[in-house]
Design a protein around this ligand. Structure first.
Ligand code: ASP
Length: 347
């Protein structure tokens, strides 16, 4: 007589437990958001840094993380977090992106940027732009408002105007510190050429090893990953040189199945090593963790090729990676708990 009643009661309790469990899963998932950034890797040594400059870098990295964290915390998208975090760094003279972009050999500023949405695998990029205040926003417009992935030069500048993005006089990008860096490199170049037997142009020799690109990778409360990178490229670049930063798979990559990555370093090597995608691919095909995959690429393959630099990233579970084979990398992260951590040198 009581048997059917017992079965119904048992099933109802079971359903309640399952419901509570799934609610808890959702809660756990909604807790897992994270943001990680870099402000460039290179020969960044404490002995060359003043306490004021060091404090300024750490404060700006913190401000950038706060901007992105606010978006993630309120349920915003990883794409919004990445774009807005990068905009903060582009507006600062400290980094080699936007306002602080380095000079080309001709004394101009030509900027590159890209962004990728890990949910749709859609991407947008701009190369060699000269009047766009925030190249990362132009990259996002390419993704959202054009059928293309990458626009370059005058066409990209025109597109940004059409999209009503803020444009500025190229003078806006003038920065005394960057200008002096160019003069120094030009002088070294002149001396090298004067002392070279064949008077040939040895680009390897002329490269400088100070980078400073900015990038961000984020996981939002909805489980979506995104990554973006923005740069002025390399000081003294010429002939319309474009580095890895706007190249999807080299400087930037995001896929909800694996991770979101942004790179910084000597772009030519990152292009040839397809670094950002390689990290994601090792996770996908070889089931590596984000830390293992980055280690393999940055300290293995890239280093063997002679490539200097680093990468930051976050995986689909919110695990954070910040790895580099140079003496330093401006970097930091924040997770759901809101605790911001920023670093410059090797730990
Ligand atoms: N990767 C950038 C480029 O080669 C430079 C950098 O990261 O600082 O253009």
């Amino acid at each position: 007589m009581h048997r059917p009643f017992l079965i119904i009661a048992f099933l109802s309790i079971l359903m309640q437990i399952t419901h509570a469990q799934s609610k808890q899963d959702n809660m756990e998932q909604s807790e897992a958001y994270a943001l990680v950034i870099h402000g460039g890797a290179g020969t960044i040594l404490k002995k060359n840094m003043t306490p004021e400059l060091e404090a300024a870098y750490l404060a700006k990295l913190t401000e950038a993380l706060e901007a992105g964290y606010k978006i993630l915390q309120s349920g915003g998208s990883s794409m919004d977090a990445v774009e807005n975090t990068i905009r903060v760094m582009e507006d600062s003279e400290l980094f080699n992106a936007g306002k602080g972009a380095v000079f080309t050999n001709e004394g101009k500023n030509e900027m590159d940027a890209s962004i990728m949405d890990g949910k749709t695998l859609n991407a947008g990029a701009v190369g060699a732009v000269t009047i766009i205040k925030n190249p990362i926003s132009a990259a996002r417009k390419v993704l959202e408002e054009s059928p293309h992935v990458m626009l370059i030069g005058a066409g990209a500048d025109d597109f940004a105007k059409k999209m009503q993005l803020e444009t500025v006089d190229p003078k806006y990008f003038f920065n005394e510190r960057r200008w002096q860096q160019l003069q120094k490199i030009r002088n070294t170049e002149k001396q090298q050429l004067d002392h070279s037997d064949d008077k040939g142009l040895n680009l390897e020799k002329l490269e400088n090893n100070k980078f400073g690109t900015v990038g961000a990778a984020a996981l939002d409360q909805h489980g979506n990953l995104a990554a973006g990178t923005s740069t002025g490229g390399m000081t003294n670049k010429r002939y319309g040189r474009v580095g890895d930063s706007p190249i999807i798979g080299a400087g930037t990559y995001a896929d909800n199945q694996t991770c979101a990555i942004s790179c910084t370093g000597h772009g030519e090597f990152f292009i040839r090593g397809v670094v950002a995608y390689d990290i994601a691919a090792l996770m996908d095909y070889r089931s590596m963790s984000i830390t293992q995959a980055a280690n393999e690429v940055i300290h293995g393959k890239l280093k063997k090729m002679g490539g200097q630099g680093g990468a930051i990233g976050v995986d689909k579970s919110g695990n954070i990676m910040m790895d580099f084979n140079t003496p330093g990398m401006y970097r930091g992260f924040v997770r759901s708990d809101g605790k911001i951590e920023v670093f410059i040198y090797q730990q």
